[in-house]
Every structure is written in C-alpha cells, then in structure tokens.
Design a protein around this ligand. Sequence first.
Ligand SMILES: Cc1cc2nc3c(=O)[nH]c(=O)nc-3n(C[C@H](O)[C@H](O)[C@H](O)COP(=O)(O)O)c2cc1C
Length: 207
Amino acid sequence: MTKTAAEVDQLKRAPATKGVIPEVLHRWSPRSFAERPVSSGDLQTVFEAARWAASSYNEQPWRFIVGQKGSETWQKILSVLGEFNQLWARTAPVLILGATRVKFSHNESDNPVALYDLGAAAITLCYQATALGLHTHQMAGFDRDAARRVFKVPEVFHFGAAIALGYQGEPASLTVPQMLEQEVSPRTRKPLSAFVFSAWDEPAIFA
Ligand SMILES: Cc1cc2nc3c(=O)[nH]c(=O)nc-3n(C[C@H](O)[C@H](O)[C@H](O)COP(=O)(O)O)c2cc1C
C-alpha cells in the first residue's frame, strides 16, 4: 500500500545529526503537491530570505520569475519545462524560474560565480520554504532558449534552475511508477569522506 504524505515526509528526513539545523534535515524534493495555495505573505517571505544570501561583490546577480497557479506567468513557466517535469510540476501551486547576470554591473566584466550566487539565493529560498512547512523541488530540466524567448530575458542573464513550490501532496496521486517509487524511497547521500579532503582525494579526519 502506498504511504501517506505524512509518512513519506517523515522517512525523507535526514537522520538527526547533532547540530545540523532542522531545515537542512527536513528539506526534500517531492513531486506530488497538494492543491492548497501558498499565501502571498509566505511567498514574499521566501524571497526575502533569498534576498539576504551572500554574493560576490554583493552583486546579487539573481533574478526570479514567479507565477502562481492560474496566472499567465505560471503557465509560461510550465510550458518551458521538460516533458518529464511537466508531468508532475503541473500540480505545484507556485513555479519559479531562476536567472543570473553573468557580468558584474560595476564594470561589465565576466562574473565567474554568477551561477554560484544564484544557487546560494535559491537554496536560501528553499530552506526558508522548509521553515514555513512548504516544500520545493528544483529542476534543471527545462528549455533555456524557450524560457529566454517566452520571458524576453536579455543575453547577459543565464538560467539556473526552475523551482516548484507548494505543500506536499499525497504520493498516491503520482501516476508514473518511477515517480511514485522515488517519492516513497528514503534519501541517500555520499559519506563526508567522499567529498571533504585534507589533500586531494584524502578524506579529512574530524577527530
Ligand atoms: C540544480 C538541480 C536540478 C534538478 N533537476 C531536476 C529535474 O529536472 N527534475 C527532477 O525531477 N528533479 C530535479 N532535481 C531534484 C534532484 O533530483 C534532487 O534534489 C536529488 O535527487 C536529491 O533529493 P532531495 O532534494 O530530495 O534531497 C534537481 C535538483 C537540483 C538541485
């Protein structure tokens, strides 16, 4: 029998790790969203959080296009998503598209960390959403050329990821078997030894 939304939300949590903040442990990426809309107050709050992300030269190169379900913007974002993502993201009450200015505005030189800065703002938004009881699901699978065309985005901006935002829905509403299976499986991660080094490929020792 398929698990309930509450059961899945529980099993997706990272194991309690001393000192790690709850938003980090509890964030995960559902594909099933409830019909419940997101209040404009909460929506503003997640962008306020993103606003305070750090960025190189305090450039704040990120830009977000946000659409609530029923709006032309939401429909346009959905239309540029890849086929697979459209199948589930159409249940999300909010869709967001992230772009970043790849040249510094003070001298128009290349900003090599523009995507990094956008990612920092995006994940800040995601953790704030978690703190509000919302869920997010970031997506690389969308047509960047179509997004540029549809929203008339200048060339100096590059796209990062799209984000679906809303309240978690019942897993049983997912009709694609692969999605259902992933929705009810625990999350996995590499151990620290695979990516925290004291020299290249030598795991750092925390003792
Ligand atoms: C930049 C980025 C792009 C992603 N693109 C997609 C996507 O196009 N479609 C999708 O279903 N999930 C996408 N994901 C979700 C990841 O598969 C997911 O974050 C990963 O499996 C870890 O699971 P968790 O977020 O639940 O911890 C993306 C995540 C990130 C951060």
